[in-house]
Design a protein around this ligand. Structure first.
Ligand code: ADP
Ligand code: MG
Length: 240
């Protein structure tokens, strides 16, 4: 049975992402500001002028894309079910959160196998991946590496792994994961994991957390996969 999130909870979750969002928007803004200052100089060669304008436009377009991505995360989730490649979405999520991670001295390494197709709500799975990667980054106050991977484990399942080298959790902390409003962070919402368990359940999958204090944490989502070959489909479209 699926329990929908209350509006207020959804808003709190989005509030949880404002730090990431502000950072992603502020960076390109500062770059554009710098170019505008340079453009103000009367001796600037025409070639540089053209280049600075082009780079500014690129930065603004990127900002626009980031805003669209974040708006998508905040949108009430529709009931759209579709077949999609989890690996592609994992890469998209990493691109979205990468600057935020780098700013905290966290490197995200990815291993993505092709054709990790599942059936479900893509927007929700992206939300899941943002939640657990954000937790992984936040678990490493002094930086480190996050390993994010998407692999086919047998003919019927794929797995998403997110592993950090962070503070880790005790056994009882792991057991409390997923309880609403359970957070050990100063500004945490304690909703991320609850929602994450719920999302993986809607995919018919399971979520496991392995953690050791001062060593790190690995979150593994195992989801039934579907057979889907887009290359076959596009060739049949071409021939048809
Ligand atoms: P929030 O991040 O807002 O605190 P979550 O539901 O995402 O809420 O996480 C609940 C708690 O679980 C966190 O406050 C943290 O103590 C713990 N936690 C979650 N993921 C990790 C992790 N990767 N490493 C260490 N602790 C974690
Ligand atoms: Mg969280």
């Amino acid at each position: 049975m699926r329990k929908e999130l209350h509006n207020a909870e959804r808003l709190r979750l989005i509030g949880d992402l404002t730090g990431v969002f502000a950072h992603e928007i502020r960076n390109p803004m500062q770059v554009v500001r710098g170019f505008l200052q340079l453009l103000d100089s009367p001796e600037l060669p025409a070639a540089s002028k053209t280049q600075y304008i082009r780079l500014s436009i690129e930065e603004l377009d990127r900002t626009n894309e980031i805003i669209s991505e974040f708006l998508l995360l905040g949108k009430p989730v529709t009931d759209n079910l579709e077949k999609f490649d989890v690996g592609k979405q994992l890469q998209r999520t990493v691109n979205l959160i990468n600057n935020y991670a780098l700013d905290k001295n966290v490197m995200i390494e990815t291993t993505i196998e092709p054709d990790c197709f599942v059936n479900g709500n893509m927007q929700r799975l992206n939300q899941f991946m943002i939640n657990i990667m954000k937790n992984a980054i936040e678990a490493m106050p002094n930086g480190g590496t996050v390993q994010a991977s998407c692999i086919v484990v047998d003919k019927s399942h794929i797995e998403i792994h997110v592993k950090d080298e962070g503070v880790g959790m005790s056994k009882s902390e792991v057991e409390r994961l997923g309880s609403p409003y359970y957070s050990l962070k100063k500004n945490g919402t304690g909703l991320g994991m609850m929602i994450s368990f719920q999302i993986i359940r809607t995919f018919g999958g399971t979520l496991q957390v392995y953690s050791e204090q001062k060593v790190g944490t690995e979150v593994i989502a195992r989801i039934p996969c579907v057979k889907y070959s887009p290359s076959l489909e596009s060739s049949s479209l071409q021939s048809g």
